[in-house]
Every structure is written in structure tokens, then in C-alpha cells.
Design a protein around this ligand. Structure first.
Ligand code: HEC
Ligand code: HEC
Ligand code: HEC
Ligand code: HEC
Length: 200
């Protein structure tokens, strides 16, 4: 025993480490979510939770199913690869959330530390109910400038203008048809028809 004669303080210290490690294991057992690590270094249940959020975008194929006239015109013009929702947005209307269960004591306590995310509203989507959700048509002065305002950061080949000089404050759709904006031969008949008060 003589070797350990003066080592008592080291054992006490080592004991403290072991105790702290055990406490760590117990706490870890309770705070690490059950599905952590199932697929990788993340919480597997998060996948289901994210998938359960209501989809806001319908996808341009859905829009084109009903608005085939717009799709036809667009497919022949310079905006063929700019899809509907890039300009029109997702076109949904959130409905008020009703019948939320009251939080219990534990949930209210947790909410003090981690403010809860607002509940997902029910969505009424134009693509499913076109008459109830009436789209607001985009304001071209704002919309077109968002992509086409000249900037040195944009690729040289991308068509860009200085809106103030280019349009003199006129809305862009005075001259360009948004669904086929080019000023080439393909778009010209449309422009003539619009000028003559015909179809857009
Ligand atoms: C189920 C068929 C259907 C689908 C899918 C659909 N729409 Fe519509 N959309 C309509 C109908 C019908 C109207 C006319 C509604 C009215 O006037 O009350 C309309 C109107 C519009 C208008 C307004 C037209 C105006 O003159 O004010 C826009 C813009 C529009 N849709 C864009 C879209 C976009 C973008 C999508 C895809 C996210 C889409 N629509 C999907 C049927 C559909
Ligand atoms: C580059 C932006 C842009 C894209 C992409 C776009 N739109 Fe539009 N759309 C507009 C603007 C701007 C108006 C409003 C025109 C106006 O006020 O005269 C409009 C108007 C409409 C209208 C009203 C009727 C009309 O023809 O003017 C419908 C319907 C519509 N869009 C559907 C669609 C659908 C469906 C798609 C995808 C196939 C689409 N749009 C893609 C910008 C766009
Ligand atoms: C989401 C971004 C986006 C928005 C919004 C947008 N555009 Fe475009 N626009 C593009 C892209 C991408 C092209 C194709 C560029 C190419 O061919 O390299 C294009 C092409 C064009 C061209 C053709 C230029 C040429 O080479 O002849 C014109 C004109 C144009 N847009 C005008 C408009 C007008 C007017 C609006 C508003 C109604 C608008 N754009 C809104 C992305 C956008
Ligand atoms: C008074 C009519 C008129 C108005 C308003 C107008 N444009 Fe144009 N735009 C034209 C004509 C004509 C051309 C083709 C000749 C040219 O390249 O300058 C053109 C060309 C373009 C091009 C292609 C430039 C290139 O380098 O190929 C873009 C992008 C464009 N316009 C965007 C817009 C945007 C964004 C608006 C709104 C802020 C707008 N235009 C408003 C008449 C107009």
C-alpha cells in the first residue's frame, strides 16, 4: 500500500470525474432526442416534421394545366425558363388557425425558454381553389426591375437596363408583354394587338 500512501487526494479527484461523467450520461440520456442518429448526425424525426408543413407552392406544371394559353405564349418567348411563381408568388391565402389545444404547464414552462414557432396556418391555394383566392397582378415597375436592374454583379450576357433611363417611369408592360417580353419578331404581333386594343 506504501505506493498509494500519499495518493488519496488523487483518488478523490478521479472519483469526482467518474461521478461527473455518470451525471453527464444520465442528463444526456434525457436531453438527446430519441431519433437522433437514426440516419446520421441529426434528429430523424425532424424529416417528418418538415414534411408535414403545408406546401405553399403548386409548381408551374400545375399552373400550366389551367392557364395553357399563358404557358403557350411564354414557351415561345424569352421568359420560357422563368416560371410562373417567380413572378406571381405562391398565390395562397392563410386561413385563421382555430381549435389550438391549450398548452399544459410543462409546455408553458418550455415556451419561456424556447419561444414556440407559430402554428402552420391552413392554406387556401389559388391552384386548388382559383375563384376563392384571386391573384393580385404584379406591379411591373417593381417586379421587372427586381431581376433586370443593371448591376456589375450580374453576368454580362444577362439582359439588364437602368429602369429610370430605359422606361422613363412608365410601367414595363406598356411596351413589353410580361409572358413574352422580347422586342423581336415573335413578340411583335402581340404588341400590335395590344396597341390596337385587342387581346393582351
Ligand atoms: C384549377 C385551375 C387553375 C390552376 C391550377 C391555376 N389557376 Fe390561375 N386562375 C384560374 C381561374 C379559373 C382564374 C380566374 C379566377 C377569377 O377570375 O375569379 C385564374 C386567375 C389567375 C390569375 C388572375 C387573372 C386576372 O386576370 O386577374 C393569375 C395571375 C393566375 N390565375 C395565375 C396562376 C398561377 C401562377 C398558377 C400556379 C401557381 C395558377 N394560376 C394556377 C384557374 C387556375
Ligand atoms: C416574368 C414574370 C411573369 C411570369 C414568369 C409569369 N407571369 Fe403571369 N403575369 C405577369 C404580369 C406582370 C402580369 C400582369 C400583366 C398586366 O397587368 O397586364 C401577368 C398576368 C397574368 C395573368 C392575367 C391574364 C394575362 O394574361 O394578362 C395570368 C392568368 C397569368 N399571368 C398567369 C401566369 C402563368 C400561368 C404563368 C406560368 C406559365 C405566368 N403567368 C408567368 C408576370 C409573369
Ligand atoms: C425572376 C427574374 C425575372 C423577372 C421578374 C423578369 N425577368 Fe425578364 N428575363 C429573365 C430571364 C432569366 C431572361 C432570359 C435571359 C436570357 O435569355 O439569357 C429574361 C429576358 C427578358 C427580356 C429579353 C431580353 C432579350 O435578350 O431580348 C426582356 C425584354 C425582359 N426579360 C423583360 C422583362 C420584363 C418587362 C419583366 C417584367 C414583366 C421581366 N423581364 C421580369 C428574368 C426575369
Ligand atoms: C417605352 C417602351 C418601353 C418601356 C416602358 C420599357 N421598355 Fe424595355 N425595351 C424597350 C425596347 C424597344 C427594347 C428593345 C431595344 C433595346 O434593346 O433597347 C427594350 C429592351 C429591354 C431589355 C433588353 C435589353 C438588352 O440588353 O437586351 C430589357 C431587359 C428591358 N427592356 C427591360 C425593361 C424593364 C425592366 C422595364 C420597366 C422598368 C422596361 N423594359 C420598360 C421598350 C420599353
Amino acid at each position: 500500500m506504501s505506493v498509494f500512501k500519499d495518493a488519496g487526494h488523487l483518488f478523490r479527484f478521479a472519483g469526482l470525474f467518474v461521478l461527473a461523467f455518470l451525471i453527464f450520461l444520465v442528463v444526456r440520456h434525457y436531453v438527446v432526442p430519441k431519433s437522433f442518429g437514426q440516419y446520421g448526425h441529426y434528429r430523424a424525426a425532424a424529416l417528418g416534421e418538415i414534411a408535414a408543413h403545408p406546401a405553399k407552392f403548386a409548381g408551374h406544371e400545375t399552373c400550366e394545366g389551367c392557364h395553357s394559353d399563358v404557358a403557350d405564349k411564354k414557351s415561345k418567348g424569352k421568359h420560357a425558363h422563368v416560371n410562373c411563381e417567380a413572378c406571381h408568388g405562391a398565390l395562397f391565402q392563410p386561413l385563421p388557425v382555430t381549435g389550438q389545444p391549450k398548452p399544459n404547464l410543462y409546455e408553458r414552462f418550455v415556451a419561456l425558454i424556447v419561444p414556440p414557432a407559430p402554428p402552420d396556418p391552413l392554406l387556401l391555394r389559388h391552384a386548388e381553389d382559383p375563384t376563392s383566392v384571386k391573384p393580385v397582378l404584379p406591379d411591373t415597375t417593381v417586379l421587372c426591375a427586381r431581376c433586370h436592374t443593371a448591376s456589375t454583379a450580374k453576368p454580362k450576357g444577362f439582359p439588364q437596363v437602368v429602369p429610370a433611363d430605359h422606361s422613363n417611369g412608365m410601367p414595363c408592360d406598356t411596351c413589353h408583354q410580361p409572358h413574352s417580353p422580347g422586342m423581336d419578331a415573335a413578340a411583335a404581333p402581340d404588341a400590335t394587338a395590344k396597341a390596337a386594343g385587342g387581346v393582351k
